[in-house]
Design a protein around this ligand. Structure first.
Ligand code: SAM
Length: 284
């Protein structure tokens, strides 16, 4: 069954008495090459657990099931569960869970299904909640090896941006703490039903096994990044002192000089490593 075929999608949904739910960001893939390519790019070897977020009617899930040892797909929409039972019936390495990825106990899920193997995440993400989902995965304490997600193209550019570029933002600087990000390929809006307004792209995050940079005070490091990007057009000294009153302009300027940076620099020019160095300097 080609789950990217429009007639198949419509027939399965009509049979289940459901329609696309905008509030769940439902834009299903209609070009079968895309789920194949996403699944190919998701990880380097087969012997792992892959957690899929939002399987929809299961087009990507099938491709993951063929390539990887174990797949657990978490779908929020109860109406899709009977459809998935049908479309995934022949794959005995797939488990579908009806839950919200923002609420599910990820550590318990991994403990139960990974059996000590590496864990990857793969998804055509619901766009209304892209960043919160990514942050939840990264902050969960679970050691994922890769996270491969389709997001809006504009967001993909931001996630994979280099320090100093116009796309570089707080999320880019935070991501650099967890791993390296690559933009794999672009997917035109016409490859989905309903058709979204913008193009999408797939990004893969390869997470560091051990943190590459270690902030002395992680809370301060995160606050510093948030504050630095809160007022993009201001210098880092002005933006940070406005949002973190405990840090005076003089102290921030001194810390910048100590790490070899100009005191008039803007936050978007600092790499993740430099934010770590700066926060360590400020923590002294
Ligand atoms: N994987 C399918 C595909 O590529 O055609 C569907 C992708 S669609 C963009 C996003 C999917 O995520 C939908 O099935 C939607 O119901 C589901 N979803 C939305 N919010 C969710 C959440 N918080 N937890 C789990 N699934 C969610």
């Amino acid at each position: 069954m080609d789950l990217c075929n429009l007639s198949v999608i419509r027939a399965l949904m009509a049979e289940a008495g459901i329609s696309f739910r905008k509030e769940f960001g439902q834009n299903f893939l209609t070009n079968r090459l895309i789920p194949e390519d996403i699944a190919d790019g998701c990880a380097d070897d087969a012997d792992r657990l892959v957690i899929e977020i939002g399987p929809g009617i299961g087009c990507l899930t099938q491709e993951l099931a063929i390539r990887y040892r174990r797949v657990v797909a978490v779908e929020i929409d109860r109406g899709l569960i009977p459809v998935l039972e049908k479309t995934l019936a022949e794959y005995d390495n797939v488990t579908v869970i009806n839950d919200d990825i923002m609420k599910i106990d990820l550590a318990a899920l991994v403990e139960r299904y990974a059996e000590g193997r590496p864990v990857s995440v793969c998804a055509n993400l619901p766009y209304y909640i892209t960043t919160p989902i990514l942050m939840r995965l990264l902050e969960s304490g679970v050691r994922f090896s890769t996270i491969t997600v389709m997001v809006q193209n504009e967001v993909a550019q931001r996630l994979a941006a280099k320090a100093g570029s116009s796309d570089y933002g707080a999320i880019t600087a935070v991501l650099g703490y967890y791993g390296t990000v690559r933009r794999l390929f672009k997917v035109p809006a016409g490859c989905f039903i309903p058709m979204p307004k913008v193009d999408s792209a797939v990004v893969r995050i390869d997470l560091f096994g051990e943190p590459k940079y270690k902030p002395v005070d992680e809370k301060l490091f995160r606050e510093l990044i948030r504050a630095a990007f809160e007022m993009r057009r201001k210098t880092l000294v002005n933006a940070v002192s406005a949002h973190m009153p405990q840090l005076t302009k003089t102290k921030i300027a001194e810390a910048l000089r100590a790490i070899g940076k100009d005191e008039n620099i803007r936050g978007e020019k600092l790499s993740t490593e430099e934010f770590v160095l700066l926060s360590n300097e400020l923590a002294k």
